[in-house]
Write a protein that binds this ligand. Structure first.
Ligand code: FUB
Length: 336
């Protein structure tokens, strides 16, 4: 695809501050922004929302995305470039439908795009595609990652160079159908008194296209050391995992879905357990909320989305705002 400079990007000389909390682009709808700094430039890997006319249902069929566009900018507040189509559902051999929230990683002198997609049996799997450029175009592997399931991959590089994938999402994301890594299409959502479903993690192997180990659950504990119940739905995991490290601690962040919070939990290992600490961002306009966190130029940023441009829950626009830590490592709640 060809690159387009966004009409919403700020003119030279304007302060970055003015562009915080505004849609980063307006010429396409974008959501689920996974941001990374590659070669000193900020690259954003979002979902590409489109009005396909697919009727709305509880499983999110109206989120019927067909391709990905990568966005990039020199720094927050700089002009945003849309690099055009990076990967299309047409070019993924195992594709059924619905390209949901992606992520990306750099290793082995290659860029890897990780994406959730329903296979031909309508089961969400996680695929991988490669490129020698951060903006793509990407070439998909012929099969999804073996042992992968559900949605919303987040690929995190630890300081020792080890990569981990966090993933999963309940309801339309199908995580409730997976127990002990086995699929059971009859399994429904948890009852209020049952323990909540947990996100998943697996270390990637050096080739970055396979898991190096069986998928494990990620424990999120309350401050008394107990797992949340399904009825704790303002705190329990729903979807949209992200991992970042701050002052040597691992911060696992996620969406609570039906209560629309972005939350965080802190741990001492990439595998957890993580102790719940609070809300990073209160609900945005629109049903879904989804984010990523990066450091750039000595500041921390939260990338997120809302529905400011369309007012429609499945036609979203990505935004960025500053994230602030307190001295004790807790995060100040953002009220969008
Ligand atoms: O964009 C489709 C889905 O909506 C994502 O995978 C979820 O995280 C939610 O944002």
């Amino acid at each position: 695809g060809s690159a387009t400079d966004s009409t919403t990007a700020n003119a030279e000389g304007d302060t970055a501050q003015k562009y915080l909390s505004q849609p980063l682009v307006q010429h396409i709808y974008t959501a689920d922004p996974s941001a990374h700094v590659f070669n000193g430039r900020i690259y954003i890997y979002p979902s590409h929302d489109t009005a396909t006319g697919t009727p709305e249902d509880d499983l999110g069929s109206h989120f019927n995305m067909m391709d990905y566009h990568v966005l990039s900018m020199d720094s927050v507040g700089g002009p945003v470039t849309d690099h055009g189509v990076a990967l299309s559902v047409r070019d993924i051999p195992w594709a059924g439908r619905q390209l949901w929230a992606p992520d990306a990683a750099y290793a082995n002198n290659m860029y890897y795009l990780y994406f959730p997609l329903k296979d031909k049996q309508d089961i969400f799997r996680i695929g991988v595609a490669t490129s020698n450029k951060p903006e793509g175009p990407f070439t998909a592997e012929p099969q999804p990652i073996k042992g992968s399931y559900s949605i919303d991959p987040c690929v995190f590089r630890d300081d020792d160079g080890t990569f981990y994938m966090y993933f999963g999402g309940i309801w339309g994301g199908q995580l409730q159908r997976w127990n002990n890594n086995q699929y059971d299409s009859t399994k429904g959502n948890r009852q209020p008194e049952e323990t909540a479903i947990l996100p998943r993690v697996a270390r990637l192997d050096a080739g970055m296209k396979q898991f190096a180990e069986p998928v494990k659950e990620v424990k999120i504990l309350d401050d008394t050391g107990n797992l949340f119940k399904e009825k704790d739905n303002d705190k329990r995991f729903f979807e949209a995992s992200w991992m970042h490290k701050y002052k040597g601690k691992y911060y696992f962040t996620y969406s609570t879905g039906d209560t629309h919070n972005l939350c965080y939990a802190i741990g001492d290992s990439p595998y957890g357990p993580f102790t719940y600490k609070g809300v990073i961002m209160t609900p945005v306009e629109g049903w879904t909320t989804h984010h990523s966190i990066i450091e750039n130029g000595g500041k921390w940023y939260l990338f997120y989305h809302d529905v400011q441009l369309s007012g429609k829950t499945h036609l979203r626009n990505v935004k960025v705002t500053e994230l602030h830590y307190n001295d004790d490592g807790t995060i100040q709640t953002i009220h969008p």
